[in-house]
Design a protein around this ligand. Structure first.
Ligand code: MN
Length: 228
């Protein structure tokens, strides 16, 4: 078998303490998963109907590469999020078995063209153009779950040019990680290689050309980069 065109390169993430890489199959994201962030967006948390969207796998920006300022926006926003990487998948996974699918953890930015999102919301259009654009998912190196200690008090912090912009604790998520995996698996068959962006705490704001970001999931992962 040969391909008619050169096949696209498989996106992948570095792994802390390893030469191996983690291949990315899909990127799932949950929205409005911290009440304070939902409030700052003028929205409310609807616990019974979680909001999911996807980014293409090749939207990942890895290894500290620059993030090009995207086209078609004047209001690029940062959203720091814990990223969960799956090492196994399935459908209709019970909450109490969901953690066994987790391969590792990282930290990422769910970059958002906020102006296009506002238009989409106003017109009841889907969010793809606001969320799923090229280079919209910078992600850190992943830390294997066995080496990651996380609890409700683990913090996410994002600084831009050395100034603290976002801070949150994992315990403030509306839907915890196991719950997110369980619910997603009722909607999609999950597979090894999937990434899940788990929502952002309050404090989202604009990024500009030249800004340097430093994102941390305390004790687990750090992401440094620059908007070019
Ligand atoms: Mn988000």
């Amino acid at each position: 078998m040969s391909y008619a065109i050169t096949p696209p390169r498989l996106p992948s993430l570095p792994i802390v303490g390893s030469e191996q890489r983690f291949p990315v199959r899909r990127i799932f994201c949950i929205g409005r998963n911290y009440a304070e962030h939902a409030r700052e967006m003028g929205a409310t948390v609807d616990k019974d109907t979680p909001l999911f969207f996807c980014k293409p796998a090749d939207a990942v920006v890895t290894d500290g590469a620059d993030v090009p300022y995207p086209q078609a926006t004047h209001d690029l926003h940062h959203e720091i999020e814990m990223v969960v990487a799956l090492g196994a998948g399935g459908r209709d996974i019970p909450v109490d078995q969901a953690a066994s699918l987790i391969w590792g953890y990282g930290v990422g930015l769910d970059l958002t063209r906020r102006d296009l999102q506002a238009v989409a919301k106003a017109k009841a259009h889907p969010w793809d153009v606001a969320k799923a654009f090229d280079h919209s998912a910078p992600v850190s190196a992943l830390r294997p779950a066995a080496d990651a200690s996380l609890d409700a008090d683990t913090t996410l912090t994002l600084s831009i040019n050395g100034e603290l912009r976002q801070q949150g604790r994992l315990g403030d998520m509306v839907h915890g990680v196991a719950e997110i995996i369980a619910i997603l698996s009722t909607l999609f068959e999950l597979k090894a290689g999937d990434l899940i962006f788990t929502g952002t705490p309050a404090g989202v704001s604009a990024l500009h050309r030249g800004d340097r970001f430093h994102a941390e999931l305390a004790g687990v992962a750090t992401l440094d980069g620059r908007v070019a």
